[in-house]
Design a binder for this molecule. Sequence first.
Ligand SMILES: N[C@@H](CCC(=O)N[C@@H](CS)C(=O)NCC(=O)O)C(=O)O
Length: 106
Amino acid sequence: MDVNERIKAILVEHPVVLFMKGTPAWPMCDFSARAAQALTATGARFQTVNVQADPQIRSALPHFSNLSTFPQLFVQGELMGGCDVIEELHQAGELGRMMADVLAVP
Ligand SMILES: N[C@@H](CCC(=O)N[C@@H](CS)C(=O)NCC(=O)O)C(=O)O
């Protein structure tokens, strides 16, 4: 499967996907760590893709999304943004609401 098809398949399969460096337990970059922390704090379940472990996705995703940096959060297939956007949404109380809407988390 072509890498863009793989990215699309991940986005179809999972309503909330964080493409990050490392994993929430072992983040490999402070921006990825902060993004994963904010999402974890909402209590929502989210899928992560470690771009450091997948060089094809690491190089293709910036072209696919038009965002050159990581992390990248997609909700229902749409790019929300990176760490700055995620933290802003979290601080405004919007991130939890968004996750609840998408995932029906109480
Ligand atoms: N302002 C960005 C900061 C993210 C950032 O600068 N990430 C860097 C360091 S992890 C990055 O992805 N650089 C490009 C690369 O490593 O390919 C955000 O909100 O996510």
